[in-house]
Design a protein around this ligand. Structure first.
Ligand SMILES: [Fe+2]
Length: 217
């Protein structure tokens, strides 16, 4: 497990397939192919990240050097209900795992605000995940609040970027029982599956599953 400090927020990064340490086999030379593959994945992901500074929802371009399948977005010092979201990323057929998919996510704070002052426009609750060999990912954060105007349901934005396809947004994660969810949001399936999660409480932590089917290229 690797701990890094990022903008004052601690992230726990777990070793994942693509950017892992080189395996060493006694008596053998280092497996340079693993490193080459990892750097190639990163290069292709960055090529497919949207670089247009005017893009409001993009964030893959800011992916840190080290990214993993699991991350903590909100440190334990943050107030709010702890929330763990996990799931799997599949190709557009909704069946074939899509490893090495880069997920970028961000959400508001407890007052429904993104960036404050000098913070990034998406705020401090933002992060990146790299789906593992089975397409799995998981992040821990706090449950966000609706915008202050109170007309938009609480949500978590997500984009997906793969080594083969450009960064694209998918339906935001929403939470069942939120009266602000619209009929249009209930009907949308950009990203496959149901983005409106029914949360379960497990040991004081809310948990939900958001599987993803990649948009067709
Ligand atoms: Fe939003």
């Amino acid at each position: 497990m690797i701990h890094i400090e990022n903008n004052g927020r601690r992230s726990f990064l777990f070793s994942a397939a693509a950017f892992a340490v080189l395996p060493l086999v006694p008596g053998c030379r280092p497996d340079v192919s693993a490193q080459t593959d990892a750097s190639d994945v990163r290069r292709r992901l960055l090529q497919n990240a949207i670089s247009d500074a005017g893009c409001e929802w993009c964030g893959a371009r800011d992916v840190p050097e080290t990214v993993a399948a699991k991350a903590v977005i909100a440190g334990s010092e943050e107030k709010g209900e702890r929330l763990i979201i996990s799931g799997r990323v599949f190709r557009s057929d909704a069946r074939t795992p899509a490893p090495n998919t880069l997920i970028y996510l961000y959400h508001t704070d407890l007052e429904g605000i993104y960036g404050r002052g000098s913070e990034h426009k998406h705020g401090r609750f933002r992060g990146w995940l790299l789906a593992d060999a089975e397409g799995r990912y998981e992040f821990e954060t706090i449950k966000p609040a609706p915008y202050p105007a109170g007309r938009t349901a609480a949500h978590i934005h997500m984009t997906v970027t793969t080594p083969e396809t450009r960064e694209d947004w998918i339906d935001s994660i929403l939470f069942e029982g939120d009266s602000l969810i619209t009929a249009r949001e209930r009907a949308s399936r950009k990203g496959g599956f149901n983005p409106i999660l029914t949360l379960e409480r497990k040991g004081g932590v809310l948990a939900g599953i958001r599987d993803i089917a990649l948009p067709r290229a």
